[in-house]
Design a protein around this ligand. Sequence first.
Ligand code: 9D3
Length: 251
Amino acid sequence: MSADAARRYDVLTIFPGIFRGPLDETILRRALDADLVEIALHDLRDWTHDRHRTVDDYPFGGGPGMVLKPEPIFEAVEAIQPLAEPPASVVLLTPQGRRLDRDLVAELAALPRLLLICGRYEGVDERVRERLVDIEVSVADVVLSGGELPALLLLDALVRRIPGVLGGEASLAEESFEGGLLEYPQYTRPSEFRGWSVPDVLLSGHHAEIERWRRAQRLQRTLDRRPDLLSEADLTPEERDRLESAGGPPA
Ligand code: 9D3
């Protein structure tokens, strides 16, 4: 199996409706239509047994907010796992998880199947984490209302890597984040807009000069905005020297 083998994603949530719009549009839709990926939504309330379809309860020991109860989550995961092969790695979207980055996306993309559990309220019963969850993922050091938007963000990052979704060369380029540098500035027509012109070099037709300009722009931009990326970037020894004498961080 290839490194990017995951093709089925199960999502467990109390808000399956949040996913329907995004999954119906753009790249996710195209990948689903082309059967390049299968995404199955599951409503956690389907595994409750009371009249009110209760998924949460008060925290033992007191404190603010509610906690997702363990029984519906365990029952749901036990019902969802047999729906496909192989068994899914269970991912909990939670503010306490490992922060998502390129490396984590690559690791998750290499797993054959994922079951995403979207956290809500103040959190989930600790026994879910301990006994059911394989990987805990956070998407940013920002407080959000639940795991649904993080799960969509993760799905988007995973699906666009599947060969055939964007074209193999695009995802290969991304593997290295375009050599670890930010992109060069882009322009399209008109060449003059409200008196603001496109840089002359781009209109010159001198391809070698254009390449030189773009490379310099990428280096400068990365130095200005994301110097943290430079240590891992694909730079020539000359570029490294120039950046260091320009006051960049030691690589
Ligand atoms: C008072 C404690 N709360 C604030 C830090 C804890 C808290 C619990 C649950 C805060 C947010 C949430 C809901 N968020 C998620 O489930 C979540 C999340 C996020 O908030 N930020 C980044 N990634 C993620 S993944 C899931």
